[in-house]
Design a protein around this ligand. Structure first.
Ligand code: CAA
Length: 294
């Protein structure tokens, strides 16, 4: 397998294109917005620079990696020669179902159609195609070039052959793939989101403050970020939507999102991407200050 198409050039899409291209795959990066594609290429170049600065890549590796990425605004053309398509569009069910129906209509018959969804059922997405055996979840973690895990999610109909191909390809990206079945939240978010939600409840109930809760988890459990900072990093809207998928999917009240999370999302406090969540963010600066005060 050499030709991979990535649909969506946001944070996850550009990270996925980066790791495929860095590992020798020819990548077509598709987005309906040409300016978004330009921004994605600039981000990939900047992230490759970090690796060059660290000495894990040479300047030539960087140029070769960028040389393996082409961009495309038309999905039909973008998937026409793909052996594997990895969809990383906005986390919206109707949008993903439409994209999968289009990919199914235009990608070669034997192409594997993967999705980077963090919470939407693979089985449901596969049902929008005529090739459910070739549909699979390939859930990368943010930041994609740094995080080692790929959660490989088997839908109800995913074939053994497709699953083993995706496990192998994930290994070729220098990642550690883990195979899981298709139930709400899969494994990563089934465990991560209740922890984040509980941290928000701990804040909401006044047990402790933002910085204190994060310090407990950073210094006490050796997490690189505390759960509230991580929630801001992921996006509070994304956390809320994943919790709702688990709450609906299992019908279990233990997944009910904390009312504070709901309020913050309603108020447009979405975390780092909106400039404010539990912390306040300044573009271009690593400094953060606590924004939420009881
Ligand atoms: N591309 C390439 N390299 C990058 C990068 C990127 N986008 N972002 C960071 N890096 C590298 C840096 O160059 C640096 O490398 P060295 O340490 O070798 O010099 C390293 O990563 C650390 O970066 P920073 O020094 O800038 O910052 P940091 O030490 O604060 O680390 C972090 C940042 C890697 C994000 C770290 O805080 C971390 O691991 N946080 C937790 C991330 C996490 O849990 N991600 C999963 C979220 S859940 C998800 O994605 C799935 C979902 O469905 C919700």
């Amino acid at each position: 397998m050499k030709n991979v198409t990535v649909i969506g050039s946001g944070t996850m899409g550009n990270g996925i294109a980066h790791v495929f291209a860095q590992n020798g795959f020819h990548v077509t990066l598709v987005d309906i917005s040409a300016p978004a594609l330009e921004k994605a290429l600039a981000t990939i170049s900047k992230n490759l620079d970090r690796q060059v600065a660290k000495g894990t890549l040479t300047e030539q590796d960087k140029l070769d990696t960028l040389g393996r990425i082409t961009t495309q605004t038309d999905l039909k053309t973008g998937v026409s020669a793909a052996e594997l398509v990895v969809e990383a569009a906005t986390e919206n069910v109707d949008l993903k179902l439409r994209i999968f129906a289009d990919m199914d209509a235009h990608a070669p018959e034997n192409a594997i159609l993967a999705t980077n969804t963090s919470s939407i059922s693979i089985t449901r997405i596969a049902a929008a195609t005529k090739r459910p055996g070739q549909v699979i979840g390939m859930h990368f973690m943010n930041p994609v070039p740094v995080m080692k895990l790929v959660e490989v999610i088997r839908g109800y109909a995913t074939s053994d052959e497709v699953c083993s191909t995706i496990m192998r390809v994930s290994g070729e990206l220098g990642k550690e793939p883990v195979e899981v079945n298709d139930y709400p939240g899969f494994v990563a978010n089934r465990i991560l989101m209740p922890m984040i939600n509980e941290a928000i409840y701990t804040l909401y109930e006044g047990v402790s403050g933002v910085a204190e809760i994060d310090t407990v988890m950073k210094l006490g459990m050796a997490h690189p970020m505390g759960p509230l900072q991580l929630a801001d990093f992921i996006g509070l809207d994304v956390c809320l939507s994943i919790l709702r998928v688990m709450h609906d999917g299992f019908g279990n009240p233990k997944y009910a999102p904390c009312p504070l999370l709901v309020n913050m999302v309603t108020a447009g406090k979405l975390g780092a991407k909106s400039g404010e969540g539990f912390y306040r963010y300044t573009p271009g600066s690593k400094e953060i200050t606590v924004a939420y005060k009881r």
